[in-house]
Write a protein that binds this ligand. Sequence first.
Ligand SMILES: [Zn+2]
Length: 327
Amino acid sequence: MTVSLALGVDLGGTNARAALVDRFTGTVVATHKLPHQERTPEAVVATIATAVRAAARTAGVEPGALGTAGVGVAGQCLGSSGTVLNAPNLGWRDVPLGGLLQAALGIDVRVVNDLSAAAWGERWQGAARGVDDAVLVFVGSGIGAGLILGGRLHEGGRGVAGEIGHIKVAPRGATPRRCGCGEWGCLEAYAGGMNLAARLREDAADGKAGAVLAAVGGDPARLSASAVEAAHAAGDPYARELWAEVGELIGTACANVVTLLNPLRLVLGGGMLLGCANLERIVRANVANGVLRAARRDFEVRRAELGDDAGVVGAALLGAGRHPHAR
Ligand SMILES: [Zn+2]
């Protein structure tokens, strides 16, 4: 029985989620999610180990019998070394997560970026099924991508490929903004949910975002992409201009990636993008207009289908060395 299951972990800034996944179909068989009490590497590894044991108990297996595990981390990972170079949500730099987890669980661990894991999950079971070249772009509190090229996960020379949130963009007349990564002018600094909320608070303080502020009852702490979406739907000019700018930035970045890599599918995901219908429409229009004509043949844009499961499914199957076949 045990050989038919694979173990995947999705490690975010708030929770660790472990899942046992059918290694032939990618179906989630058992799952357990725990919040972080502390974010030190030792505490997080202990939380992951507890979640893994709970999920394994539900599935009726011993973690040690699974042989390997895959872990998707919201951060930059150094290739196959298991080292997390930078995970801002956890406050980590250069953490040897793979080795620590291997010691805690007694099995081999593969560490990958969370969006690489999500792309692999969508490739198996979701919106990128059946194509060997696909790009997954997530827009939530941050912005990132997973790349599947020629049927393989593309992690780059040192494992940090896909960082679309940190390509540099320079919107016309925009104030230079610093990104959470420490650099200036990143796409995420203008279009990621966390930085967008900071910008909304600045604009609200300058009296420029009245309708957006009204959408959250006048409480600046609740300003978010969904407040912009609500004001946009009501025809507010500030919200319309902001979504035009943000949608153009995200859409053009995606279009340029598609022109460069010629995937047959672009999968859009993340709470900010999928939760804001007007923003999604503007992003899609900019993708449709921006992709080089020759790269549009057989190219499709789809919404991510697996939600929170994409990361654990992809991590489990990557950890188990499973490759889907194109149809
Ligand atoms: Zn950045």
